[in-house]
Write a protein that binds this ligand. Structure first.
Ligand SMILES: [Zn+2]
Length: 97
């Protein structure tokens, strides 16, 4: 693991930070002294965990991919493809049980 700012491979391990998506390990770079957290699966997504979990729940409740897509656009202003929603339901539904 490297510092995301200066790419220095030497980093301190500095405990945990808590936020809406849960517990994260927090690190400080030895060289540039900046703080960062290790990315988890949801952070790699372009959309928030809230949006993803809502989409998955709506789909599990019987809404079609088209209806879920439409809802996210109308209610959240989030534009995603039906393929993306379909990928979410396959990839993340096990985390949301
Ligand atoms: Zn650094």
């Amino acid at each position: 693991m490297k510092c995301p700012f200066c790419k220095n491979p030497k980093i301190f391990h500095q405990g945990f930070r808590y936020n809406s998506t849960g517990k994260k390990q927090k690190y400080q770079c030895v060289k540039c002294k900046r703080w960062f957290v290790k990315k988890d699966g949801f952070e790699r997504m372009r959309h928030s965990k809230k949006i993803i979990s809502r989409a998955i729940h709506m789909h599990n409740d019987g809404l079609s991919l088209f209806q879920v897509q439409n809802h996210l656009w109308q209610h959240d202003g989030v534009k995603v493809t039906r393929k993306t929603i379909s990928d979410w339901t396959k990839r993340y539904s096990i985390f949301l049980k």
